[in-house]
Design a protein around this ligand. Structure first.
Ligand SMILES: NCc1[nH]cc(CCC(=O)O)c1CC(=O)O
Length: 316
């Protein structure tokens, strides 16, 4: 079978049809084209796009399963996902061919009148359907009323603009990608709100046995982002938690200095688990070698479990 890379036709990039998804997929297409590889988008409809039920109800892999199916069926050559939407279970027939440089992983508050979190009066309504965001907001003890929130980014922000809600919390990365970052009232520091593992990162997959395409896509890989995401997702996997669990994690490559004054790169990881009612947050952090990212995450999850995290983690 001729692979996409060896034939004359463009590389077909499978993506969801939302503005966010097509914008980020087009950025990947543009980079491939710039590298001399013609590419085009193929829009895949997923159950997550047609349902307004909470993600916790319709299932973890709802956004990504249909795109992977299209890849396996040969309807596209490459699958682009928001990395944080991918379940942690390994898929041996698929290659994580590239993890491009991530955008800002923090969550963002968008509020009426641009108020920051601490300015929202007690009783303010704040939209989010993420158990992780809701639990961490409750843990602040600000008397905020959490309201369900789904739909695409435009409709989520619209509920603040039309006065239905005082504020919403969304991934800042999404707003950056659709060009609306200027509407952010406050980028929430991870000390207040640990982001979802892999938030702000993209996953670029193809079939593992398409060696030529694996090589072409590898040009888009950012090793620092890949290491950070590997560590964050290892926490989630080791806790056996799904992507709707109240688990946050954020890693970054930092510069350290050894005893001889030499600068070297290390991976810094922070993670936490929150009780759904906000009555407790368990946090831990670690620093380790970049090449052992997944082990760092696994060890940190063990530490969280020792601190009692299991009580707050619904099984995937
Ligand atoms: N769960 C939905 C989802 N998946 C990816 C993003 C956009 C940000 C990203 O790429 O991490 C969002 C929206 C949100 O969480 O506000």
């Amino acid at each position: 079978m001729p692979t996409a890379a060896s034939s004359d036709r463009p590389i077909r990039i499978g993506t969801r049809g939302s503005k966010l998804a097509t914008t980020q997929a087009q950025q990947i297409a543009d980079r491939l084209i710039a590298n001399g590889h013609p590419a085009e988008l193929v829009i895949i409809t997923t159950a997550g796009d047609t349902s307004t039920a909470p993600v916790a109800q319709i299932g973890v892999g709802v956004f990504t399963t249909a795109i992977r199916l299209a890849l396996r069926d040969g309807e596209c050559d490459v699958a682009i996902h928001s990395y944080k939407d991918l379940p942690t279970a390994p898929e041996p027939d698929l290659a994580m061919a590239a993890v491009p440089e991530r955008v800002d992983p923090r969550d963002a508050l968008v509020s009426r009148g641009g108020m920051v979190l601490g300015e929202l009066p007690s009783g303010s309504t704040i939209g989010t359907s993420s158990p992780r965001r809701a639990a961490q907001l409750r843990a602040q003890g600000l008397g905020l009323e959490i309201r369900p929130l789904r739909g695409n980014l435009d409709s989520r922000l619209g509920r603040v603009a039309n006065g239905e809600l005082d504020a919403v919390v969304v991934a800042r990365a999404g707003l950056v990608r659709i060009g609306r970052a200027d509407e952010v009232s406050e980028a929430l520091d991870p000390v207040v709100m640990l982001p979802a593992p892999a938030q702000g990162a993209l996953a670029v997959e193809c079939l593992s046995d398409d060696a030529e395409l694996v090589r072409i896509l590898a040009e888009l890989d950012d090793p620092s982002t890949r290491a950070a995401v590997d560590a964050e997702r290892a926490v989630l996997a080791a806790l056996e938690a799904g992507c709707t669990a109240p688990v946050g994690a954020i890693a970054e490559v930092v510069e350290s200095i050894d005893s001889d004054g030499r600068i070297f790169a290390e991976l810094s990881l922070r993670a936490g688990v929150a009780a759904e009612d906000g009555s407790d947050v368990i946090r831990a952090s670690a620093v380790g070698p970049v090449e052992r990212a997944a082990q760092l995450g696994k060890d940190l999850a063990a530490e969280l479990l020792e601190l009692g995290a299991a009580e707050y983690v619904p099984k995937a």
